[in-house]
Design a protein around this ligand. Structure first.
Ligand code: NAD
Length: 354
């Protein structure tokens, strides 16, 4: 066995159905008394109001101002609300966008956070915060943004539309796939990664067929937790780097971008990571990891071409240059021709290399 370093992150996790009922007790356990509930506007706000009502006199109100990619202007507005309401903790109810706002507040105030995830993005399990300012996205890793408590309530995910569940679930799988060939991988995280991929691969098709399949929703959320833990514990590589470049340059939707790029990034890295590929294929119940991921995305009805989610054809060359610009670790050397081929296939919606 290779030597390794394993560091467990200290988030408390409460998992189940109806676990939102434990929120008040978790708030009391933290010893705080004025909790601001965060969400995105619209449907998310209605859910946040229900949750604030559960908190009774511990609630300091709702702020439905979360925005995708955590723009600093949205954080500054939220900090004003925190101050006005004298909040001493935040509860984030929603997907990665809402979790990001809670983390951005914690970074600046050290307020404790409780997160109730409603997608499979996995941000709640990571000490990572990505923020945007003046069109630039920067990412930092600091324990200050790691939530104190995560309450996974399967019931809160029942309303996640199957199309969003599909791409959000593939986004989660991407964390686990890259964890399996991470430079700093370790056997414990690899176990979680394989199990996370397996849980999502078996549950997402069931959710596509029957969005109210409670058992499948529980399995998917369990998988998302495992995959988020992988993202928080070890470094990522080519796939996450490319999605970051594409999202930032063309304002592409986060989970859809991950869904489209993942099979191609896996095909690129396959020759250099045979053990990881074997794990991914085993978890998917296939013989080839890249083809298996492409087939799963197709089975779920997800879009499979970058051109269909808003990337212009003349964006391929700038994306290649941006991905080549800053060096980062990857199991396979990053080469311009290979990247161009990868992105061209992903743009067209072609299957990955055989
Ligand atoms: P999101 O939070 O923007 O949610 C996607 C959409 O789904 C939103 O419109 C939201 O209102 C809606 N939604 C969420 N839950 C729902 C539910 N249960 N029912 C119905 N609709 C629901 O998107 P996301 O994919 O969860 O997160 C993406 C963001 O998270 C990006 O900004 C990404 O950079 C960030 N992220 C960060 C990390 C990290 O570790 N820092 C990890 C993953 C993602």
């Amino acid at each position: 066995m290779q030597p390794f370093v394993y560091e467990a992150l200290p988030t408390r996790v409460v998992f189940g159905s109806g676990t939102v009922a434990q929120l008040k007790a978790e708030v009391e356990r933290l010893g705080v008394g004025r909790v601001l509930v965060l969400s995105t506007p619209g449907r998310g706000e209605a859910q946040a109001r229900e949750i604030a009502a559960l908190l009774g006199d511990l609630s300091a109100g709702v702020h439905a101002g979360a925005v995708m990619h955590t723009p600093v202007y949205a954080t500054e507005k939220a900090l004003e609300v925190v101050q006005e309401h004298g909040a001493d903790a935040v509860v984030a109810v929603g997907g990665g966008s809402t979790t990001g706002l809670g983390k951005a507040i914690a970074l600046r105030t050290d307020l404790p956070q409780i997160v109730l995830p409603t997608t499979y993005a996995g941000s709640e399990m990571t000490p990572i915060l990505g923020e945007t300012k003046d069109g630039m996205k920067t990412t930092q890793r600091t324990p200050k943004v790691l939530p104190e408590v995560v309450i996974y309530d399967v019931d809160l995910t029942l309303g996640l539309p199957p199309g969003v569940a599909a791409t959000s679930g593939m986004n989660a799988m991407a964390h686990a796939v890259e964890a399996l060939y991470a430079k700093d991988r370790n056997p414990v995280i690899s176990l979680m990664a394989e199990e996370g991929i397996r849980s999502l691969a078996r549950s997402l098709p069931r959710i596509a067929d029957d969005p109210q399949d409670h058992e499948a929703r529980a399995d998917a959320l369990y998988g998302a937790w495992l995959c988020g833990t992988c993202l928080g514990a070890v470094g990522m590589a080519l796939h996450h780097k490319l999605c970051h470049v594409l999202g930032g340059a063309f304002d592409l939707p986060h989970a859809e971008t991950h869904t489209i790029v993942l099979p191609h990034a896996v095909a690129y890295n396959a020759p250099a990571a045979p053990d990881a590929m074997e794990c991914v294929a085993r978890a998917l119940g296939t013989t080839d990891a890249a083809q298996g991921l492409f087939g799963l995305a197709g089975r779920l009805g997800a879009k499979q071409a970058l051109r269909d989610i808003g990337m212009p054809a003349d964006g391929i060359e700038p994306a290649v240059r941006a991905a080549m610009a800053a060096p980062y670790w990857n199991p396979c050397p990053i080469e311009e021709d290979g990247l161009r081929d990868l992105l061209t296939r992903a743009w067209n919606g072609d299957p990955p290399w055989a």
